[in-house]
Design a protein around this ligand. Structure first.
Ligand code: DOR
Ligand code: ZN
Ligand code: ZN
Length: 387
């Protein structure tokens, strides 16, 4: 499925399981049009949008409105993820049957709420009856209160309260056990700790219906990037240590971690240009997947075929979407990548409304030249030469 010619790679277009597009309600950070433009520029034909919008996407009408808006724009397809609980408040379950019927591809309370074990168990039982995957952010709030970054030598040095690995491990373990008890499908959002990777590997070996995604930033950056109080590197879950990065890379390479997802989390300049403790967590990712992850391929840490699978077939399977493929007669959903084009990341080139990425100003290699989604060209790289 990888065609190499003329120095370019022809790949199936990508599927993002996890993006925050901010519409409705926070269009100053991003909207569906700018988010989908960023996705097209990143090589994506499909984007799953998290429900922590304002209002929260907990009803059919919001799901339908998001899809209608994306169709009117005509870029990559948007697939809403519905909330698990009304308002993502962690109490009353949403009407998942309606959400699914309206086009939601999964449910999640990512970005707002940490679900109690009793609500999570009921949600898994309910979602199972519709064959909906529950995608969850794993964080034990009792252990992360006031935390600003990963807990370790660097948080101590910076005098910032840390977020220990075990806060993630506990919730992944809990939800794996609940998935086993209910027989429902549980997907770990943005896995980041080596302990959670170990739990995931054991769960899969035991045949539990669990899958996981990892972000480009957790695969390539450590908490050392926070030195200097760089708010661009403030993210939840936090950037961890080299041992975690190594465990994530190994698990992605051997298929324990199924998919790469961006957790594209746009925030305005004002929300990042402030004290570390005040800064909003998250970074943008849709336009950076190719240059950031081809680096891992070049280093020999990840086979190109596995990376492509983690960006296409694996996320499509989890969201129950038809995977983009390169096949005569199939609807064209593909991207053309120049793996050798080197450039310095210029914020003016980013389609996203927000520019919150630690990769700004960095030399990167690898660029998407063209993207087709649903049989139509949705992106062409305007500049032939490196900038
Ligand atoms: O860093 C994060 N940003 N983590 C989340 O869970 C939410 C996200 C956001 O919505 O900005
Ligand atoms: Zn999250
Ligand atoms: Zn998220």
């Amino acid at each position: 499925e990888i065609i190499q010619g003329d120095g370019l790679l022809l790949l199936p277009a990508f599927v993002d399981l996890h993006a925050h597009l901010r519409e409705p309600g926070q269009e100053y950070k991003e909207d569906i049009a700018s988010g989908l433009a960023a996705a097209a520029a990143g090589g994506f034909a499909h984007v799953c949008a998290m429900p922590n919008t304002r209002p929260v996407n907990d009803t059919r009408s919001i799901t339908e409105a998001m899809i209608a808006r994306a169709r009117a724009i005509g870029g990559p397809a948007l697939h809403p993820i519905g909330a698990i609980t009304m308002g993502q408040k962690g109490a009353e379950l949403t009407e998942m049957a309606d959400l699914k019927d309206a086009g939601a591809v999964a449910v999640s309370d990512d970005g707002r709420c940490v679900t109690s074990s009793s609500v999570m168990r009921r949600a898994l039982e309910y979602a199972k009856t519709f064959d909906l995957t529950i995608i969850q952010h794993a964080e034990d709030h009792a252990l992360t209160d006031g935390a600003q970054m990963h807990e370790g030598a660097i948080s101590t040095r910076l005098g910032l309260r840390g977020w220990p690995r075990v806060a993630e491990d506990i919730i992944v373990a809990r939800d794996v056990l609940l998935a086993e008890a209910t027989g429902a499908r549980y997907h770990v959002a943005h896995i980041s700790s080596l302990g959670a990777v170990r739990i995931l590997r054991e769960a899969k070996a035991r045949g539990i219906a669990v899958t996981a995604e990892v972000t480009p930033h957790h695969l390539t950056l450590t908490d050392a990037a926070v030195l200097g109080y760089d708010t661009a590197c403030k993210v939840n879950p936090p950037l961890r240590e080299q041992a975690d990065v190594d465990a994530l890379r190994e698990a992605l390479a051997d298929g324990t971690i199924d998919a790469v997802a961006t957790d594209h989390a746009p925030h305005s300049t004002l929300e990042k240009d402030c004290e570390f403790a005040e800064a909003s967590p998250g970074l943008i990712g849709l336009e950076l997947v190719v240059p950031v992850l081809l680096d891992l391929v070049r280093q020999g840490a990840l086979p190109l075929g596995r990376l492509v699978d983690a960006l296409t077939r694996a996320p499509a399977r989890i969201a129950r979407l038809e995977a983009p493929t390169i096949k005569a007669g199939a609807r064209a959903e593909l991207c053309l990548v120049d793996p050798n084009l080197s450039f310095v990341l210029d914020p003016a080139r980013l389609r996203s409304k927000s520019k919150n990425t630690p990769f700004l100003g960095r030399q990167l290699t690898g660029r998407v030249k063209m993207t087709l989604a649903s049989g139509r060209v949705v992106f062409v790289d305007g500049e032939g030469a490196a900038t």
